[in-house]
Ligand binder design. Structure first.
Ligand code: FAD
Length: 537
């Protein structure tokens, strides 16, 4: 559906059952859950889908080995349940979006004998918690096998390794895919449309004032209930609702850096079990590159946080401690930063205690706020919110939550061998075909057709992204700005900043043709994309 048509649907006088504010994992998940229950739902996102935290994660579908360690150390049942539930969700998401996710083996290197029983039993417990939803059994690796798996590791003093499994996924494309699936179920999904005010009558929220940030026009949208799924911005919306509301969030920043493929084998990740500040770090193969992250530092809220230099040094320092290969700043291809929306635990006596769980709050005026949780648990969080909304607002929902059985867009008839078949049937380069099959699932053939119409050129040398993806994103995947394509429909901007900069003019040209941009809009888009790529994505 074209943007004008989407916005037209948002201009109706008839109230929606639900308006969701925020197009990250949580908001998209809620829109899909509500729409698939038969509710009339609209989602508005002021930037692009997954432009917030959801497009800047470590891209792991996981229970969180570190949270398990904390659960055991502090005998914390809550944490333990969180890990167990997330492991169940991990298995569900691997099934619902197999084209965008896969099982990833990870090695934990052990340099002290004493670490072996501790880490091995911890990861065994992780397997036990996953139970029948497990995706592979952890096992001890001898020194040589650990090095075979992850050859970049510092060999001196290495005693052994533990191999375990988690899920890896394409976060930004997963969010888009959830949004597309929500739209298939009737949801109105509008990105680059922000909420600037809550509309109230007799102290109760009746709707929101929205602004199309591309055309600078505002209008009211009415709804029986309004959900605040704005992640790190949740307190801002709560203040809009009630200027006296106390904050429920503490925001922490996590950065990632991307190195070329010399720094990670193609099929195995690395878990550094203990950093100098007692955390864990990952080095993961990702789209032909090595993804390193992350950090955890208190931060101010910002739409496009810029990775602090100290945090980059921190990651490089740890890599150099664990790698034989020297890593320096000149090896960095891209860096980006995301904000964790951590919520204060309302059950804890210590009011500063944070929880990794999600919290749902319904304000006296009726604003439903959902905050916390993690990507892996978005589907469960969405179900909890919609259940709460249905009962609090007496919404007529003909069905119960059924998202555990709804494959995400692109998944229904995805074929793991589809890349090879696409290459054979359409004469595509095998790397491009493989990429299209994994990124677009059973829709890859539509891109192959656009390629055959003359848009098979690579967007950037050495990357499998092709011009057809720009056209497809503008036509079918809510891409409105050039940077939407560079940073979220494809991952070029997150992998290789310089290559993304070089691709800007061509991406703008293709979008301009497709979306009929005038010269002013072309220039605006080029400037916007260049600005983002030169500061922070
Ligand atoms: P967001 O993705 O931030 O979405 C909120 C959206 O609301 C934003 O897009 C914003 O633009 C929009 N918005 C705000 N105000 C308005 C308004 N007024 N009008 C309209 N829209 C508005 N979890 C995992 O499971 N696995 C991981 O590997 C993992 N790694 C992580 C690494 C880092 C560094 C961080 C920070 C988090 C990680 N997480 C991970 C956690 C996970 O990414 C987050 O929990 C999740 O993405 C939060 O999604 P969200 O939709 O709540 O927030």
């Amino acid at each position: 559906m074209k943007r004008d048509q989407i916005l037209q649907r948002l201009k109706t006088d008839k109230p929606f059952d639900m308006i969701v504010i925020g197009g990250g994992a949580t908001g998209c998940g809620i829109a899909l859950d509500a729409a698939s229950r038969g509710l009339d739902v609209a989602l508005v996102e002021k930037n692009d889908l997954a432009e917030g935290t959801s497009g800047r994660s470590t891209k792991l579908l996981h229970g969180g080995v570190r949270y398990l360690e904390m659960a055991v150390k502090h005998l914390d049942r809550g944490q333990y349940h969180l890990v167990r539930d997330a492991l169940k969700e991990r298995a569900i998401l691997l099934r619902l979006a197999p084209h965008l996710s896969h099982r990833l083996p990870l090695v934990t290197p052990l340099y002290k004998w004493i670490q072996i029983p501790y880490i091995f039993s911890g990861l065994k417990l992780y397997d036990i918690l996953a139970g029948s939803k497990g995706i592979g059994t952890s096992r001890l690796l001898g020194r040589k096998k650990a090095l075979d798996r992850f050859p970049m590791l510092h060999a001196d003093g290495l005693k052994a390794g533990v191999l375990y499994y988690d899920g890896q996924f394409n976060d930004a494309r997963m969010a888009v895919s959830i949004a597309l699936t929500a739209a298939q179920h009737g949801a109105v999904v509008a990105n680059h449309v922000g909420v600037t005010e809550l509309i109230k009558e007799d102290g109760k929220i009746m709707g929101v004032l929205v602004e199309d940030l591309v055309k600078d026009v505002s209008w009211p949208v009415f709804s029986r209930c309004v959900v605040n799924a704005t992640g790190p911005f949740a307190d801002k919306l709560r203040l809009m609702d009630d200027s006296a509301s106390r904050p429920m969030l503490k925001v922490s920043e996590g950065i990632h850096l991307v190195l070329d493929k010399r720094f990670a084998p193609p099929d195995t990740g690395l878990l550094i079990p203990k950093t100098e500040d007692g955390r864990v770090l990952f080095v993961l193969p990702w789209e032909g590159y090595a993804l390193v992250g992350t950090t955890d530092e208190p931060a101010q809220i910002s739409e496009h946080p810029c990775p602090p230099k100290d945090d980059i040094s921190y990651l490089l320092r740890h890599l150099n401690r664990y790698f034989d290969l020297k890593v320096s700043e000149t090896d960095i291809k891209a860096t980006w930063s995301g904000l964790r929306p951590l919520v204060f635990d309302p059950k804890a006596s210590d009011t500063a205690r944070l929880t990794r769980d999600h919290i749902i709050e319904v304000s006296p005026s009726g604003l439903i706020t959902i905050a916390g949780g993690k990507w892996t648990t978005y589907r469960r969080m969405a179900a909890d919110v919609v259940n709460r909304a249905v009962s609090a607002f007496n919404l007529k929902s003909p069905r119960k939550c059924r998202t555990h059985g709804i494959p995400l867009a692109g998944a229904a008839s995805w074929d793991p061998e589809g890349g090879r078949k696409l290459a054979d049937s359409h004469g595509l380069d095998s790397r491009v075909a493989e990429h299209l099959n994994n990124a677009y699932g059973d829709r890859a053939h539509l891109l192959a057709q656009i390629i055959q119409d003359g848009h098979g050129k690579l967007l950037a040398e050495g990357h499998p992204y092709v011009e057809a993806e720009v056209i497809y994103a503008a036509r079918h995947e809510f891409a409105v700005r050039a940077i939407d394509v560079l940073a979220r429909r494809t991952a070029l901007a997150l992998l290789d900043t310089e290559a993304a900069k070089r691709a800007v003019p061509r991406v703008v040209e293709l979008m301009a043709d497709e979306l009929k941009w005038d010269p002013v809009r072309r220039r605006t888009e080029e400037t916007l994309a260049e600005e983002r790529l030169s500061t922070a994505i």
